[in-house]
Design a protein. Structure first.
Length: 157
């Protein structure tokens, strides 16, 4: 009963989170909780932690889309300015790096954010049962050019 209350409060805190820092903090705690649960061989706690992590990752994409609609997203042009020795970020738009989000986490968030609500719930259920969370297709998989990769993925799924 106590674990259920903590799980519900984590989901509620995630829904109420309004900044990337809050969501990232919840996600980081879920990652740590999953690691501890794996070490303790507590499969139920690990599944709860994976679900919270996936929901937090998806929430990051929701916040990114909200930022895109309001102030806009930072473009890659700032990197070129840095190479030229100019001001690092002349715009007031936050970058992924300034918010502590690496490119891999951003990609995971975009993949989970693209899923419909039904598709996301199906992915969460699959992850709870021990399957891998959804991932982006490689260029070869999209083109259908690498039969070995497709066969390997089919065997794995």
């Amino acid at each position: 009963m106590n674990a259920l209350v903590k799980y519900d409060s984590a989901c509620r805190a995630l829904a109420e989170a309004r900044s990337v820092d809050e969501v990232k903090d919840i996600r980081d705690k879920a990652v740590a909780m999953a690691c501890y649960a794996r070490q303790a061989q507590n499969r139920s706690l690990e599944a709860d932690a994976v679900e919270i992590r996936m929901r937090a990752t998806r929430r990051l994409d929701e916040l990114r889309r909200a930022q895109k609609e309001t102030v806009g997203l930072a473009t890659g042009k700032e990197g070129k300015r840095k190479a030229l020795g100019l001001a690092e970020n002349p715009s007031d738009r936050p970058t992924l790096a300034s918010q502590g989000i690496d490119k891999n986490l951003a990609q995971q968030a975009r993949v989970l954010g693209k899923l419909s609500d039904e598709g996301f719930e199906k992915a969460v259920t699959g992850a709870r049962e021990g399957g891998a969370p959804p991932r982006a297709q490689t260029h070869r998989e999209r083109a259908g050019g690498n039969d070995r990769a497709l066969e390997h993925r089919a065997r794995r799924d």
